[in-house]
Design a binder for this molecule. Structure first.
Ligand SMILES: [Zn+2]
Ligand SMILES: [Zn+2]
Ligand SMILES: [Zn+2]
Length: 331
């Protein structure tokens, strides 16, 4: 089964999750699986791959269905069969844990509805489905945090061309969310306010990095963006938990995502892209200092040696200019 291993020097976690018996040559060329022949697509209704996946069907709505990932990074139970057994059982030096949790795939039924073409109604359905599954998974034993994500395009890690989101749930808190929680907590201690709420107030005053807003949500090009056109979408009112978003507010969230995606598409012409939701770990019931948000990251630049070695990212597009281009694309 997959295993969580802790970096004993920094405390960061990694998941070691073998997919079947991969050999070195399988790693030579990372390739996206573009399926021209839809009869071979494992997510298209009616194909042999779909019939296999349907055995793990968890949930369904008019345009979307949810299945268990066949090669999960996090397993629901320890009894699920191990794929390979090269793992050490335990060690008194390194810290390891079984990689428990959940890993679901949220599939939009229509193969020809890639992310940038999804209308607001489908996006609303998608986020409502994600919320429903989130609440269900949150109730499982041993879950500490849940992260919904979306990969679009091979360069962004999408291994199958058919539109789908994923939900990762695990017994640990993501390295990134852990750092955000610490920073937000420290700011709250010093200023008695949520740092995200203060940032929204500041951005609304400056009006330089905002690309879109509606009644409930605001989209900004984050001041310290790591990547060109990196966009954050945040609830305007303080909300620490994604899953607590009201139904009407969720529709406004989908609207904001739809608008931002359209700007990115018009500006960058169908770029490979990831988005993920950072929200309060499920071990907490609410927080005055943490504020949930979505980060949208077009993958139009690559990590070089310095970025990998230092985690100091060189971003060649100032967020202020990025915001300007994105807004201009709407004219
Ligand atoms: Zn398909
Ligand atoms: Zn806040
Ligand atoms: Zn974040």
């Amino acid at each position: 089964m997959p295993q969580l291993r802790q970096n004993i020097i920094t405390g960061d976690w990694v998941v070691v999750a073998p997919e079947r018996a991969k050999r070195p040559k399988d790693f030579l060329i990372p390739k996206s699986m573009t399926i021209a022949d839809k009869t071979k697509c494992p997510f298209c209704v009616g194909t042999a791959g779909y019939e296999e996946n349907k055995k793990n069907l968890e949930y369904q709505t008019p345009h979307i269905y949810v299945i268990e990932n066949r090669f999960p990074a996090f397993l629901e139970t320890e009894t699920q069969k191990s794929i390979r057994t090269f793992f050490p059982e335990g060690t008194d030096f390194y810290r390891i844990k079984p990689s428990l949790g959940d890993h679901e795939v949220v599939v939009v039924e229509d193969h020809d509805l890639p992310l940038f073409k999804m209308p607001k109604l489908i996006l609303t359905e998608l986020f409502e489905v994600i919320r429903t599954r989130y609440l269900k998974i949150k109730g499982h034993k041993g879950i500490a945090s849940i992260m919904p994500i979306y990969n679009h395009g091979g360069e962004a890690g999408a291994s199958i061309d058919h539109p789908h989101a994923q939900i990762f749930a695990s017994g640990i808190v993501a390295n990134t969310v852990g750092r955000e929680l610490d920073g937000a907590d420290k700011y709250y201690g010093e200023n008695g306010a949520c740092i995200y709420c203060d940032m929204i107030k500041y951005e609304m005053k400056e009006k330089v990095r905002i690309t879109y807003q509606n009644e409930d949500f605001i989209a900004i090009n984050f001041f310290a963006s790591r990547f060109p056109f990196e966009t954050w979408i945040m609830p305007k009112k303080h909300e620490s938990q994604f899953e607590e978003t009201s139904k009407s507010s969720m529709a406004n969230f989908a609207e904001a995502v739809c608008k931002v995606l359209s700007m990115l598409d018009k500006t960058l012409d169908n770029p490979p892209l990831n988005f993920y939701i950072h929200t309060l770990p499920t071990i907490f019931s609410g927080s005055a200092s943490y504020h949930w948000h979505m980060e949208i990251v077009p993958r139009v630049s690559r990590y070089g040696g310095f970025e990998l070695g230092s985690e100091i990212i060189i971003n060649t597009m100032p967020p202020e200019e990025a915001a300007h281009y994105l807004k201009e694309s709407q004219n």
